[in-house]
Design a binder for this molecule. Sequence first.
Ligand SMILES: *[C@@H]1O[C@H](CO)[C@@H](O)[C@H](O)[C@H]1NC(C)=O
Length: 191
Amino acid sequence: MAHYNTVLLLFILCQLSRAAQDYLPMSVCPPGAREWQIEADRKKCQQPTPDYLCAAIENWPGHFGEICTKFGLSPSGTCVVLNNLTHNVDSVSCNAQEGCPDKPYNPKELYNWPVCYGDFYGKDSEPDAEPGDSGLIIGVVLAIPLIIICSLVVVFILDKRFKWGLMTRLSSCVPERQEDDTENSLLDTNG
Ligand SMILES: *[C@@H]1O[C@H](CO)[C@@H](O)[C@H](O)[C@H]1NC(C)=O
């Protein structure tokens, strides 16, 4: 049993190290097919990861890296990037105004969409869409008790001014209300 666990652990470690084995940070990626081929020949990717890829680091515009991988088609409207932690291939939604991949593509043609090497994340990734709504809700929730309190104060003042006697009628309904002091002080400040 212990033997089996050791083998399993070695297998997992092997998989993990293989994932990042060929990663190298790059200052730029090949800008065209010819340069791409030169870099691919230099890196000499082999089975089971025979495909050379140079891509941007996810969420980190201006940083690039190259790996050996096995390509599949990338969906239209996404950019191929490298995960910052694992350096594995990720497909990320392209939110740039223009220049996003408009068809499924093989990542070895990534140089056709230079926007995927820049800041294509758009405004959606910034957390400024939500707070407007929650701010409105908080405002309404705070405003309702304020409006009620203000209305009560206005009624109270009008009641005193015009001697409607609402408060005396109220205090006769609720026994032992000691409102005389507050009533007098409010009356004083209001002349
Ligand atoms: C990516 O990793 C580097 C170093 O490992 C770190 O300095 C950087 O902040 C990371 N970028 C993001 C977007 O997480």
